[in-house]
Design a binder for this molecule. Structure first.
Ligand code: ADP
Ligand code: DP6
Ligand code: CO
Length: 319
């Protein structure tokens, strides 16, 4: 018997970057995201002679396999089930490039696990389980806009939908400047960032920014959504730069792309950016400007891959 789940990635407009508890992946802030239609992971679980993990048809034996196996062990202990498992996953998203592969990966894995053992869990519990695999995965259980409330313990830290089928005119252009796997995984980057003198103000602003973002979404205010998402992302990257020692996920092309967005805005083409733990940009824009933004980016960057996305669905179990 084999069970397969599909989960879409999500991009945070108000970001999770800092943990209160590393094992349980309890965050120090609440976050808000947009689940994307264009990027997803499909993960199957079946019984096996030994634990095995295949990613994009290749057997993994490195840290990524260890991460999957220890997560499965955690889930088996939690539910009192056992057995060796074969995990086969396909990423329809670049892996570990700051395009949120861990969000779709662990949402799909948690869901496939529950389907395989026929566990009766609701979406809130599924979100809590996905969270233990990768924090951002808690939000990929849901489609559209989701909020991960930080909570205070395992029970209270989960995501819930804000609006699973938004009618808002909002598209995200993923500008794939560099699809290579990052050298500094998100888990490590966010740990190191806590040494920044700006870490405390970053945490303190979370309530305000989250509430402003919710209000902007409820009033269909694209300008506010875009500018606040950009501010929030830059705050995150500012604490990376000011950690001790400081670091950045930006590459020269990331800065070039930021400058280009500023230039487009000065020409009246409204667009904003958000950036995660990687060099790639995500442009937030609206239907009327997509063609123009894409054209200008393609003419400024050689060989860049630009993928258009809008709201995607929550996790599903496939037959
Ligand atoms: P990203 O920006 O892609 O989310 P992270 O550093 O958060 O980067 O996570 C990348 C890691 O997530 C990979 O190194 C691997 O350990 C894990 N991962 C990615 N895709 C999968 C998958 N489909 N199944 C299991 N684990 C995955
Ligand atoms: C910048 O969820 O990948 O994308 O919980 O350690 O697996 P772990 O980290 P992860 O961090 C995501 C960070 C981010 C912002 C966000 O998605 O909220
Ligand atoms: Co991640």
């Amino acid at each position: 018997m084999k069970k397969t789940a599909r989960a879409h990635t999500n991009i945070a407009l108000i970001k999770y970057w800092g943990k209160a508890d590393a094992q349980l992946r309890l965050p120090l802030m609440s976050s808000l995201s947009m689940t994307l239609d264009a990027f997803y992971s499909e993960t199957s679980i079946s019984a096996s002679e030994e634990n095995e993990f295949f990613l994009n048809d290749e057997k993994q034996t490195d840290q990524s396999a260890q991460r999957v196996f220890s997560y499965l062990q955690y889930l088996q202990d939690r539910f009192g089930v056992s057995g060796k498992l074969k995990v086969e996953s396909t990423n329809h998203v670049p892996t570990a490039a700051g395009l949120a592969s861990s969000s779709s990966a662990f949402a799909a894995l948690a869901t496939a696990f529950c389907a395989f053992y026929d566990l009766d869990v609701n979406r809130r519990e599924l979100s809590r389980l996905a969270r233990i695999g990768s924090g951002s995965a808690s939000r990929s259980i849901f489609g559209g806009f989701a909020i991960w409330q930080k909570g205070t313990d395992d029970e209270s830290s989960f995501a819930y939908p804000l609006d699973e089928t938004p009618s808002l005119d909002l598209s995200l252009l993923a500008v794939e400047l560099n699809q290579n796997q990052k050298k500094l995984p998100s888990t490590k980057g966010m740990k190191d960032a806590q040494a920044s003198p700006f870490f405390e103000p970053w945490i303190k602003r979370n309530d305000l920014e989250l509430n402003e973002m919710i209000a902007a979404i409820k009033s269909n205010d694209f300008t506010k959504i875009g500018s606040l998402a950009e501010l929030n992302a830059n705050e995150m990257h500012a604490i990376n730069l000011t950690a001790q020692p400081g670091f950045t996920y930006f590459e020269p092309d990331t800065i070039r792309a930021i400058k280009l967005i500023e230039e487009l805005r000065s020409k009246g083409i409204e667009c904003y950016y958000t950036i995660d733990a990687g060099p790639n940009l995500k442009i937030l824009t609206q239907q009327k400007n997509i063609k123009e933004v894409k054209k200008i980016f393609l003419s400024e960057f050689n060989n860049v891959n630009i993928v258009k996305a809008t709201f995607g669905p929550g996790v599903t179990v496939l037959d």
